[in-house]
Unconditional design. Structure first.
Length: 204
């Protein structure tokens, strides 16, 4: 007789392993084993994800590493863990960056994105945060559209009405109009040039 043998039932696929040397019987449930293997795979995946470098993150999210360092510097991203002095990230930083990128695409400033993360009570739902900021942004866009329409009207007027020979003549006419109607004010008050990310940050 061999040292060990296996007995399997046909219905419950319940396996028994008998070790006659140790006189111990091991019970193995395939269903529990499958769940354990799944949890182990998740743990292994989390361990791998927690070791992502800044280059891995930048490649997956589609930004430059300098942008990630900048977001950390201004507090939009939490300080990462360090392994031998090098940044190491888990998957949560990808989710935070995805929000930042989408907000930037929608025209939100970094100050507004900071408010999205930190300008509400911790218990405030994400949907409520987005709703508040989107309402403000829509009002801002409405104002911007009115300004665009006014600029379009002035551009068309300038194209059709100007009969000046020199720029000095144009300047004189504009100056006289300003004296009558007051100092010129910017029509596109909501327009703000987008700031580019600094590229010279020397952080590892």
């Amino acid at each position: 007789m061999q040292a060990s043998s296996r007995i399997c039932t046909t219905e419950n696929t319940l396996s028994l392993k008998a070790d006659f040397k140790s006189r111990t019987i091991f019970h193995k449930d395939p269903l529990n084993n499958s769940a354990n293997e799944k949890r182990e795979r998740i743990r292994c995946t989390n361990r791998v994800m927690s070791k992502m470098t800044i280059s891995d993150i930048a490649r997956q999210i589609g930004v430059q590493p300098s942008a990630i360092r900048y977001y950390e510097r201004i507090g939009l991203l939490p300080a990462p863990q360090r392994l031998s002095g090098q940044r190491r990230y888990d998957s949560t930083v990808l989710y935070r960056l995805a929000i930042i990128q989408r907000a930037r695409q929608l025209g939100f400033s970094l100050a507004e994105i900071r408010q999205l993360f930190f300008g509400f009570r911790d218990v405030t739902r994400a949907s409520t945060r987005w709703r508040t900021l989107c309402q403000r942004k829509l009002a801002e866009l409405d104002q911007l559209m009115y300004g665009i329409m006014a600029v379009q009207a002035l551009l068309k007027k300038l194209m059709t009405k100007c009969r000046c020979e020199t720029l000095d003549q144009c300047g004189k006419s504009m100056f006289q109009n300003m004296k009558q109607s007051g100092l010129a004010k910017p029509l596109l008050r909501s327009y703000r040039p987008r700031r580019k990310y600094p590229t010279g940050l020397r952080t590892s």
